[in-house]
Design a protein around this ligand. Structure first.
Ligand code: PLP
Length: 435
């Protein structure tokens, strides 16, 4: 008998029950990230989950195979109760999805190969021909484009409202969307939010949207892209959203070394999306899922540090004579926005806009002079990044619309990392001198 031939009935081999509470105390996500959803006993005692590089899974018996497929195809409610094929799911992705659910207090989660895959599959799962999507504005440019250009090919239209809209304004938008849906012979199929908006950090009142949707008795999910503040600084399911959406590429991945996405929410909202993901593919790969599990172990540490750094840097920038203003959630000037922040957010984040006195030339001199901060789009990584939205991420947005969204030529977007805060301040000091 080799070391491997352990009696499978011995307690050593039995998977341990999941511990999420001790003496009535709910364990925090930061604790659960080290072990939740994974039992070393099932993987040769390996403390960390191995990367399961397999396309398919062996069934214990033909009857098991049949039962699994009944679950996958929806012939039997409840979904798959075992692993079948890696386009549907696999161990690393399942553990990752369990851990992502923990952060948002969600029943279920699904992982995807990118944030945009998550968003596109989500919208396709809910939109039928001639339906209407209500969305806040601005959205991430590719999300806005998917609604306005791709879904439009199937007769899906949209009605949008500015982030910061009041309950009354949202009521009016939903009424308009319902009329538009009636006219088209469809329904309002989704309310899709993004908060805070990029790059201005305008917040959406999720509680007001929930109240509006309920008052109109709309039978559709409220989804929200929580990439900028999640999972630490905003938990939109607590404010009444049904589905939370992430580009895991940003804070969750956190090291600017992977691309992935996810959605989370009640199982009833996840099921139609899971079915479409099973058909289309787009699930995150095992290697990336493993990297994301590693990232989740430090996400709270990283986000806390980045948030503290951003507060120190903004405190410096706000008082600098070459700075015209800051779009930082820790320094909101508008009472309505501050009220939304107080009700929705647990932290101000580390991504903000810096308005310099001047225009594009001044911004470019500033960006080209930075020595620590890297000149790149994206956000939420360990390193500080800076970019110029008007000439980069939002270049394709029409000039009028850009002005409407507050994306001016003197706006620099900054995502603060986890470097030493005083080193960052030294870098910004010398770059501002060069302006
Ligand atoms: C980056 C980003 C996305 C897209 O995610 P990818 O992982 O790049 O596909 C969607 N929404 C927001 C707010 C983002 O910042």
């Amino acid at each position: 008998m080799s070391d491997h031939d352990i009696d499978p009935t011995s307690p050593r081999m039995a998977p341990k029950p999941e511990v999420t509470k001790i003496d009535g105390r709910e364990l925090k996500p930061s604790t659960l990230m080290m072990g939740y959803g994974y039992d070393p006993v099932l993987s040769e005692g390996s403390l960390k989950p191995p990367i399961f590089l397999t396309s398919t899974f062996a069934f214990p018996s033909a009857a098991d195979g049949k039962r699994h497929f009944e679950g996958i195809t929806g012939k039997r409610p409840g979904g798959a109760d075992g692993l079948v094929y890696s386009r549907f799911n696999a161990p690393n992705q399942e553990i990752l999805e369990d851990r992502l659910s923990v952060w948002d207090g969600a029943e279920d989660a699904l992982s995807f190969s990118s944030g945009m895959t998550a968003i596109c599959v989500l919208m396709l799962a809910y939109a039928s021909q001639n339906d209407v999507i209500v969305h806040s504005g601005p959205l991430y440019a590719a999300s806005e484009g998917f609604v306005a250009k791709v879904l439009a090919k199937f007769g899906v239209t949209y009605v949008d409202f500015p982030a910061g809209a009041t309950r009354e304004e949202i009521d009016a938008v939903i009424e308009k969307a319902q009329a538009q849906a009636d006219e088209q012979g469809g329904k309002v199929c989704m309310v899709y939010l993004e908060s805070p908006g990029n790059p201005t950090n305008a917040l959406v009142d999720i509680e007001a949207v929930r109240a509006s949707v309920d008052a109109a008795q709309l039978d559709c999910p409220i989804a929200i892209d929580n990439t900028f503040l999640g999972p630490l600084w905003q938990r939109p399911l607590d404010q009444g959203a049904d589905i939370v959406v992430y580009s895991l590429t940003k804070y969750v991945g956190g090291h600017s070394d992977l691309v992935a996405g996810s959605i989370a929410g009640a199982k009833k909202w996840m099921d139609p999306v899971r079915m479409l993901r099973n058909t289309m593919g787009g699930i995150c790969d095992p290697n990336t899922a493993w990297m994301l599990m590693r990232s989740l172990e430090t996400v709270e540490l990283r986000m806390n540090r980045a948030g503290e750094n951003a507060a120190k840097v903004c405190d410096f920038l706000a008082r600098h004579p070459k700075v015209e203003g800051l779009g930082y959630l820790g320094m909101i000037k508008d009472a309505r926005q501050q009220d939304i922040y107080d009700r929705h957010c647990k932290g101000a984040g580390s991504t903000f806009s810096l308005l310099l006195k001047g225009g594009e030339a001044e911004c470019f001199r500033f960006l080209d002079s930075l020595k620590i901060a890297k000149l790149a789009v994206s956000l939420g990584g360990t390193e500080t990044l800076a970019s110029h939205p008007a000439s980069m991420t939002h270049l394709s947005v029409a000039e009028g619309r850009r002005a409407e969204l507050g994306i001016s030529d003197n706006l620099v977007r900054i995502s603060i990392g986890i470097e030493d805060a005083d080193d960052l301040i030294a870098d910004f000091t010398q770059a501002l001198e060069a302006v």
